[in-house]
Write a protein that binds this ligand. Structure first.
Ligand SMILES: Nc1ncnc2c1ncn2[C@@H]1O[C@H](COP(=O)(O)OP(=O)(O)OP(=O)(O)O)[C@@H](O)[C@H]1O
Ligand SMILES: [Mg+2]
Length: 159
Protein backbone atom coordinates (compact mmCIF):
# COMPACT_ATOMS: atom_id res chain seq x y z
CA UNK A 1 0.00 0.00 0.00
CA UNK A 2 1.07 3.53 -0.68
CA UNK A 3 0.41 6.47 1.61
CA UNK A 4 -0.70 9.67 -0.03
CA UNK A 5 -1.21 12.51 2.38
CA UNK A 6 -3.98 11.33 4.76
CA UNK A 7 -4.97 8.54 2.35
CA UNK A 8 -3.91 4.95 1.80
CA UNK A 9 -3.97 3.55 -1.72
CA UNK A 10 -4.64 -0.11 -2.46
CA UNK A 11 -3.79 -1.40 -5.92
CA UNK A 12 -5.28 -4.88 -5.53
CA UNK A 13 -7.58 -7.06 -3.41
CA UNK A 14 -4.44 -8.54 -1.83
CA UNK A 15 -3.20 -5.12 -0.68
CA UNK A 16 -6.62 -4.47 0.86
CA UNK A 17 -6.41 -7.85 2.63
CA UNK A 18 -3.01 -6.90 4.02
CA UNK A 19 -4.44 -3.71 5.55
CA UNK A 20 -7.36 -5.74 6.92
CA UNK A 21 -4.94 -8.16 8.59
CA UNK A 22 -3.01 -5.29 10.18
CA UNK A 23 -6.22 -3.76 11.56
CA UNK A 24 -7.46 -7.19 12.68
CA UNK A 25 -4.31 -7.88 14.66
CA UNK A 26 -5.05 -4.86 16.89
CA UNK A 27 -8.73 -5.56 17.59
CA UNK A 28 -9.98 -6.10 21.14
CA UNK A 29 -13.55 -6.27 22.55
CA UNK A 30 -15.25 -2.88 22.46
CA UNK A 31 -13.66 -1.94 19.12
CA UNK A 32 -15.84 -0.99 16.16
CA UNK A 33 -14.77 -0.61 12.53
CA UNK A 34 -17.24 1.23 10.28
CA UNK A 35 -16.81 0.64 6.52
CA UNK A 36 -18.46 3.01 4.09
CA UNK A 37 -18.23 3.34 0.33
CA UNK A 38 -20.36 2.50 -2.70
CA UNK A 39 -21.61 -0.94 -3.77
CA UNK A 40 -18.63 -3.01 -4.86
CA UNK A 41 -16.09 -0.80 -3.07
CA UNK A 42 -14.66 -3.82 -1.25
CA UNK A 43 -16.18 -3.54 2.23
CA UNK A 44 -17.04 -7.25 2.42
CA UNK A 45 -13.66 -8.18 0.94
CA UNK A 46 -11.97 -6.16 3.70
CA UNK A 47 -14.08 -7.72 6.48
CA UNK A 48 -13.77 -11.26 5.07
CA UNK A 49 -9.98 -10.91 4.87
CA UNK A 50 -9.88 -9.54 8.40
CA UNK A 51 -12.02 -12.33 9.87
CA UNK A 52 -10.06 -15.05 8.05
CA UNK A 53 -6.88 -13.61 9.53
CA UNK A 54 -8.13 -13.73 13.13
CA UNK A 55 -9.89 -17.13 13.05
CA UNK A 56 -8.08 -20.07 14.65
CA UNK A 57 -9.68 -22.49 12.21
CA UNK A 58 -10.75 -21.75 8.62
CA UNK A 59 -14.45 -20.94 8.35
CA UNK A 60 -16.69 -19.58 5.61
CA UNK A 61 -17.32 -15.84 5.90
CA UNK A 62 -20.51 -15.22 3.89
CA UNK A 63 -21.70 -11.68 3.19
CA UNK A 64 -24.47 -10.83 5.70
CA UNK A 65 -26.50 -9.19 2.93
CA UNK A 66 -29.67 -11.06 3.92
CA UNK A 67 -28.91 -12.26 7.48
CA UNK A 68 -27.80 -8.67 8.36
CA UNK A 69 -25.42 -10.05 11.01
CA UNK A 70 -22.95 -12.95 11.19
CA UNK A 71 -20.95 -13.66 14.36
CA UNK A 72 -17.64 -15.45 14.82
CA UNK A 73 -15.84 -16.73 17.92
CA UNK A 74 -12.23 -15.69 17.57
CA UNK A 75 -9.19 -15.55 19.88
CA UNK A 76 -9.74 -11.75 19.99
CA UNK A 77 -13.33 -12.15 21.23
CA UNK A 78 -16.70 -12.37 19.52
CA UNK A 79 -16.65 -10.66 16.11
CA UNK A 80 -19.87 -9.26 14.64
CA UNK A 81 -20.05 -8.63 10.91
CA UNK A 82 -23.09 -6.51 10.03
CA UNK A 83 -24.37 -5.30 6.66
CA UNK A 84 -26.95 -2.61 7.34
CA UNK A 85 -27.79 -1.89 3.67
CA UNK A 86 -31.33 -3.26 4.11
CA UNK A 87 -31.91 -1.78 7.56
CA UNK A 88 -34.60 0.88 7.53
CA UNK A 89 -34.57 2.31 11.07
CA UNK A 90 -32.32 2.68 14.08
CA UNK A 91 -34.83 0.57 16.06
CA UNK A 92 -33.88 -2.37 13.86
CA UNK A 93 -30.22 -1.80 14.71
CA UNK A 94 -31.04 -2.07 18.41
CA UNK A 95 -33.19 -5.19 17.82
CA UNK A 96 -30.28 -6.87 16.05
CA UNK A 97 -28.32 -6.52 19.31
CA UNK A 98 -25.69 -4.42 17.63
CA UNK A 99 -25.70 -1.59 20.18
CA UNK A 100 -24.98 -4.10 22.97
CA UNK A 101 -22.29 -5.69 20.81
CA UNK A 102 -20.60 -2.28 20.43
CA UNK A 103 -19.79 -2.51 24.16
CA UNK A 104 -18.94 -6.19 24.50
CA UNK A 105 -17.81 -7.46 21.09
CA UNK A 106 -15.77 -6.47 18.07
CA UNK A 107 -18.07 -4.99 15.43
CA UNK A 108 -17.32 -4.64 11.72
CA UNK A 109 -20.15 -2.71 10.07
CA UNK A 110 -20.93 -2.13 6.37
CA UNK A 111 -23.28 0.77 5.48
CA UNK A 112 -22.75 2.50 8.87
CA UNK A 113 -24.75 5.57 7.75
CA UNK A 114 -27.80 3.52 8.83
CA UNK A 115 -26.61 3.80 12.45
CA UNK A 116 -27.40 7.49 12.76
CA UNK A 117 -26.38 8.66 16.24
CA UNK A 118 -25.78 5.09 17.42
CA UNK A 119 -22.32 4.92 15.84
CA UNK A 120 -19.65 4.71 18.57
CA UNK A 121 -17.71 7.98 18.66
CA UNK A 122 -14.34 6.23 19.04
CA UNK A 123 -14.86 3.85 16.10
CA UNK A 124 -12.36 3.39 13.29
CA UNK A 125 -14.06 4.98 10.26
CA UNK A 126 -12.86 3.57 6.94
CA UNK A 127 -14.23 5.08 3.75
CA UNK A 128 -13.34 3.13 0.59
CA UNK A 129 -13.37 5.06 -2.65
CA UNK A 130 -13.00 3.22 -5.97
CA UNK A 131 -10.28 4.57 -8.25
CA UNK A 132 -11.40 6.61 -11.23
CA UNK A 133 -9.84 4.44 -13.94
CA UNK A 134 -8.05 1.34 -12.58
CA UNK A 135 -10.76 -1.19 -11.56
CA UNK A 136 -8.51 -2.64 -8.83
CA UNK A 137 -7.55 0.68 -7.24
CA UNK A 138 -9.15 1.84 -3.99
CA UNK A 139 -8.49 4.92 -1.88
CA UNK A 140 -8.86 4.46 1.87
CA UNK A 141 -9.82 7.51 3.91
CA UNK A 142 -9.39 6.49 7.54
CA UNK A 143 -10.15 8.53 10.64
CA UNK A 144 -10.68 7.94 14.34
CA UNK A 145 -10.69 9.86 17.58
CA UNK A 146 -9.21 6.79 19.29
CA UNK A 147 -5.39 7.15 19.62
CA UNK A 148 -5.15 3.36 19.35
CA UNK A 149 -5.65 3.74 15.58
CA UNK A 150 -3.07 6.52 15.09
CA UNK A 151 -0.94 4.24 12.87
CA UNK A 152 -3.73 4.04 10.28
CA UNK A 153 -6.03 6.97 10.89
CA UNK A 154 -6.15 10.70 10.70
CA UNK A 155 -7.14 12.10 14.12
CA UNK A 156 -10.85 12.87 14.16
CA UNK A 157 -11.36 16.13 15.97
CA UNK A 158 -15.09 16.37 15.24
CA UNK A 159 -16.00 13.78 17.89
N1 LIG B 1 -8.15 -2.98 -4.26
C1 LIG B 1 -9.26 -3.68 -4.01
N2 LIG B 1 -9.72 -3.77 -2.74
C2 LIG B 1 -10.86 -4.46 -2.46
N3 LIG B 1 -11.60 -5.12 -3.38
C3 LIG B 1 -11.19 -5.06 -4.67
C4 LIG B 1 -10.01 -4.34 -5.02
N4 LIG B 1 -9.85 -4.47 -6.37
C5 LIG B 1 -10.85 -5.22 -6.83
N5 LIG B 1 -11.68 -5.58 -5.81
C6 LIG B 1 -12.88 -6.42 -5.98
O1 LIG B 1 -14.02 -5.63 -5.75
C7 LIG B 1 -15.07 -6.46 -5.25
C8 LIG B 1 -15.64 -5.85 -3.99
O2 LIG B 1 -16.79 -6.56 -3.63
P1 LIG B 1 -17.38 -6.48 -2.15
O3 LIG B 1 -18.51 -7.45 -2.08
O4 LIG B 1 -16.28 -6.61 -1.16
O5 LIG B 1 -17.95 -4.98 -2.13
P2 LIG B 1 -18.86 -4.29 -1.02
O6 LIG B 1 -18.28 -2.93 -0.80
O7 LIG B 1 -19.01 -5.16 0.17
O8 LIG B 1 -20.27 -4.12 -1.77
P3 LIG B 1 -21.77 -4.07 -1.15
O9 LIG B 1 -22.05 -2.64 -0.87
O10 LIG B 1 -22.61 -4.62 -2.25
O11 LIG B 1 -21.80 -4.91 0.11
C9 LIG B 1 -14.47 -7.84 -5.00
O12 LIG B 1 -14.80 -8.68 -6.08
C10 LIG B 1 -12.97 -7.57 -4.99
O13 LIG B 1 -12.19 -8.67 -5.44
MG1 LIG C 1 -20.66 -5.96 1.18
Amino acid sequence: MTRLQKTLVSGSPEETAELARRVGARLTPGDTVLLSGPIGAGKTHFVRSLIHSVLDFPEDVPSPTFTLVQTYDTPHGEVWHADLYRVGSVDEVVELGLTDAFDTGICLVEWPDRLGDLAPGDALFIHMEPGATDPDRRLFHIRSSNPKWAEFAVPDTDE
